[in-house]
Ligand binder design. Structure first.
Ligand code: GTP
Ligand code: MG
Length: 621
């Protein structure tokens, strides 16, 4: 059915209108469901009229003997019809809710993927997940269960009450005096339950967050021997959940029996009045029987009105929460006036660029430099100086002030999709999907690639041999239930992924930070071959990595404080030379230590010193 419904405009309106628009394509079926539910109620009432006819006019009347078969057939027919209508009503309502909600889920999934980085940065993932799962589920119950349930109660009430009125108006009115009371009590009570239930859910969310954090941080917990602390924290949360759960149970334990009593008293009074009238001959026995049946079908269901109304109003809150996400503008992928056919040459010019994640605090300020096509630009600087933020602007992950031109055209004029296709990014925090290594490497490559291409990329990233050493080689599944890769291995797989993409502009954000110096040298060599022809940005903490760059930019607190080639920068007094000297000194000391260790051990074995790497990194921090 229709899947091209524009849910954004659909949900950008008031709740009821929004829900009504949301069921576009299923309105006829949904209306049919309610019709069936109404018809089932009618069958119910007609059943009691037939009972009355049977008792008063057929039973014990000799002349009516021949009617017995018809009456029996009537009872069976009505029961069957009622069953059928109930079934069809439920089925159509379910069909509507399932399909409408499936459509909503698909839309949400796609939508969330297209929101801007700025939005994701400030929205907790857990919140997005909660809204896309449990709030959507609440909406499903609203459409498929609660509204149908309320429809059923209302139609039972209306039809049976009309039935009662035709039986005997006075009796009918006496019999339902408590209905307003019950409805009022029920709504009041379930409002209270609703509030308590929200608290309960919060407690439950806290509990699962605690559990989830504890599980994903299990190493940290153990390493710091904080199990007891964590256990106590969990106990407190668990106790909170228990308490609010118990309060809910107590409320329920009060409500149902007390309404049972009210309804019971009303029924007894009604039956007593009816029976007296029957004895006095004011109504027939058949009328009395029909009356008892209809009254029962009004009274018992009515106690649920409050529950359904309150649940439905809670579902409307869920509607708002979901609509809130859907109303957020997507990042336009294809908007842009300049669409070149082929890859760019790669000339990049920054002119007085300013950037801030949040309005007040500028993370980058007055950034100006020029990268010729095919040049290697290195960014160095202390942590938090803005290196990652600077390169994040190139694929337009964020909006900037000032001007950044690619081949002379402002970045804002390019469609984001084009930029992201042309730019290869090795992110600072490597991320692999729980798929095979090969799939991970081939992720995001649009052209046809052979296995050879994949191997070549892996070789350049110095990870080919590592992958072959896994039991399933390139088909090894990464992550849970698969092979867990080390930090350095992950980094190299993501590097292979980016190299395979063969982009015109390459960004390596600390791409070799968790790799030992020797492997890094191998990668650097391979990159040297790959880099010609593409503009490359390298962010690194080791001077060795950036020495051969065409232009080195030294960042500090979001500004370029020094720029030039390695040789030029060494001649200047400044932070670059200090870093270089410090790192060389550490390097020398390490070499001496190593030599001493070799001599002492009397071996020429291969030593890998863990401190070495952190020492390299520490020098810049
Ligand atoms: P290292 O990677 O540690 O070497 O640092 P960097 O030079 O890459 O720094 P980065 O560009 O990541 O951060 C610069 C500043 O921006 C820091 O002060 C961060 O706190 C801040 N920052 C980074 N990412 C975000 C973000 O997503 N939101 C906000 N509000 N601030 C951020
Ligand atoms: Mg960074």
């Amino acid at each position: 059915m229709t899947t091209d419904l524009d849910l954004k405009t659909t949900l950008s309106t008031r709740r009821i209108v929004g829900l009504w628009r949301m069921i576009t394509g299923y309105r006829a079926i949904y209306a049919g469901a309610f019709l069936c539910i109404g018809l089932a109620a009618v069958c119910q009432t007609v059943f009691y009229f037939l009972l009355r006819y049977f008792t008063d006019d057929v039973l014990g009347v000799e002349a009516m003997r021949g009617q017995l078969a018809w009456v029996a057939a009537g009872f069976i027919g009505l029961a069957l019809a009622q069953g059928l209508f109930t079934f069809m009503g439920g089925r159509w309502a379910t069909m509507t809710s399932e399909n409408v909600i499936r459509r909503l889920r698909d839309y949400l999934y796609d939508h969330v993927q297209r929101l801007t980085f700025a939005y994701h940065d400030k929205t907790p993932t857990g919140d997005l997940i909660q809204r896309s799962t449990s709030d959507v589920e609440t909406m499903r119950r609203f459409l498929g269960e609660e509204s149908v349930g309320l429809g059923r109660i209302l139609s039972l009430f209306v039809v049976n009450f009309v039935g009662l009125l035709t039986l005997n108006p006075r009796l009918a009115l006496i019999s339902i005096v408590v209905v307003p009371l019950i409805v009022a009590v029920s709504i009041y009570f379930f409002r209270m339950i609703g509030k308590r239930y929200e608290i309960f859910q919060e407690e439950e969310a806290k509990l699962s967050t605690t559990l989830q954090e504890n599980l994903s941080g299990v190493r940290v917990v153990r390493a710091f021997a904080r199990q007891d602390f964590e256990r106590q924290k969990f106990e407190v949360t668990n106790r909170g959940r228990y308490d609010s759960g118990r309060k809910l149970l107590v409320l329920h334990a009060v409500y149902w029996p007390s309404t049972d009593i009210i309804v019971g008293i009303q029924l007894i009074i009604g039956y007593a009045v009816g029976a007296t009238m029957a004895i006095n001959g004011e109504i027939t026995v058949g009328t009395f029987l029909a009356y008892m049946g209809m009254l029962t079908w009004i009274m018992w269901p009515i106690r649920n009105v409050g529950r359904l109304i309150v649940q439905m109003s809670m579902a409307l809150v869920s509607f708002d929460r979901v609509a809130e996400i859907i109303r957020v503008d997507r990042e336009p992928l294809d908007a842009g006036t300049h669409r070149p056919d082929g890859p760019p040459h790669g000339e990049i010019v920054f002119d007085d660029v300013r950037f801030a994640y949040a309005e007040e605090m500028a993370v980058l300020n007055g950034i100006t430099f020029r990268a010729e096509p095919g040049q290697v630009i290195a960014l160095v600087g202390p942590t938090g100086s803005g290196k990652t933020s600077l390169v994040n602007l190139l694929p337009r992950f964020y909006e900037y002030q000032g001007s950044i031109r690619l081949d002379g055209v402002e970045l804002r004029d390019y469609p984001r999709r084009y930029l992201r296709e042309q730019i290869g990014f090795v992110l600072q925090e490597p991320f692999l999907f729980s798929r095979t290594i090969k799939e991970n490497i081939m992720y995001g490559v649009h052209r046809e690639v052979t296995d050879e291409d994949v191997y070549r990329a892996a070789q350049a990233a110095a990870v080919h041999d590592v992958i072959l050493s896994f039991p399933d080689g390139y088909d090894t599944v990464v992550g849970e239930r698969g092979v867990t890769l080390s930090g350095g291995q992950k980094q190299r797989v993501t590097l292979a992924r980016t190299l395979l993409k063969d982009p015109a502009i390459l960004i390596l954000d600390d791409a070799t930070s968790s790799v030992d110096t020797e492997t890094e040298a191998a990668i650097r060599e391979a990159l040297q071959e790959l880099i010609p022809g593409r503009t490359t940005f390298i962010i690194a903490h080791r001077v060795q990595t950036v020495m051969s760059a065409d232009l080195i930019l030294v960042l500090e607190k979001g500004r370029i404080v020094q720029s030039g080639t390695h040789a030029e920068l060494l001649e200047q007094e400044g932070i670059y030379r200090r870093i270089y000297e410090l790192q060389s000194q550490i390097e020398d000391e390490l070499q001496q230590d190593l030599a001493a260790a070799h001599a002492a051990a009397g071996s020429n074995g291969h030593y890998r010193t863990p401190e070495r790497q952190s020492a390299d990194t520490a020098a810049l921090d």
